[in-house]
Write a protein that binds this ligand. Sequence first.
Ligand SMILES: Cc1ncc(COP(=O)(O)O)c(C=O)c1O
Length: 389
Amino acid sequence: MSKKTHFHADRVEGMGMTIFSEITQLAQEYNAINLGQGFPDFDGPLEIKRIAMESIASGNNQYAPMIGAHTLRRAIARHQSRFYFHEIDPDREITVTTGATEALLSTLLAFINPGDEVIVFEPCYDSYVPVIRMAGGIPVPVTLHEPLFKFNHHELREAFSAKTKAIIINTPHNPTGTMFSQLELGFIADVCQEFDALAIMDEVYEHIGFDPAGHIQMRSLPDMKHRTITISSLGKSFSFTGWKIGWVIAPEELQIPIRNIHQYTVFSTATPFQGAAAAALDLPDSYFQQLVNMYQDKRDFLAHALSSAGLYPIIPQGAYFIMADTSEYPFPNMKSFTNWLIKEIGIACIPSTGFYLRPERAGNYVRFCFCKSNQVLETAAERLHKLQT
Ligand SMILES: Cc1ncc(COP(=O)(O)O)c(C=O)c1O
């Protein structure tokens, strides 16, 4: 019998340590403020935490229903109706998942056959490309062009072909903060219809939007409901990223294959957090307004500190990241700039190359996150002050 030189499957080839883990390690080593990894350093509302604690204490600790607790699915439907005026059937059109991450995996495994093409905007959230590949699909990148990180209509249309099965759209967008407008989504919707493609919407930052036009949902556009899969989660809107409660909204015929995958991968999502998640989604409008106000203040504070340091920020319309242009700093690449910033200035950020399928398109940008306490942002601003000329 021939000796195996390795045991890992081909699909994990090239999946080494992510740039996020690498930066976090370096940040820890140099005691740098970590504005790289994007999670809040504060918790969501105490009353919601109490519901989760009481849920565990009262014995709510066994498997939840495969498609999610009824109370949570009803709350998701109420939330959609309150914010987007959509009436959704909580039994047939909603599945609760273990975060948006699982929702994306289950969706892609449910619809992508080997060789199918999936369009992604680059830069993009780092799980899209590996998950498309895990499903056997081929990621087809379309660049969001700096400085405003908008797509070119012609380039988008050219990327579609008879092999295109789906497009993934993240709005508000990580890492650029772009919010796709009604017109942009309308253009994408037309192309999806022309090529009979699915629109997979990642809306995890739906409640962190500063653009007065607001968050637009693809499913609300004419003739798009039956080909749109809307994914969101609790983590960003309620500052509970560790609870990993997410959901998929889609018409019943699309929901069935997603549930088939969910059933055999994760089966069900943590029970005690589901009632708390339902209560979070039912919080009054004032909660959501305060969240936006809080993040807008943090965004403006960090943007000012960055621009004073010659790191010119592209002011984001949404999400909690700022892309900053490092052109004034003479480094051969963004990785060396980032390493220098960690070691010499004590601040960690992510080189934008980490978000590109074609890193040569990344330009001179790095991503900072501002989902941190004011005290941490103030210390970061003091450190950035050292860079002022
Ligand atoms: C664009 C985007 N999608 C999905 C996720 C993952 O969400 P969850 O924590 O709910 O799995 C993140 C988390 O950073 C994200 O930025």
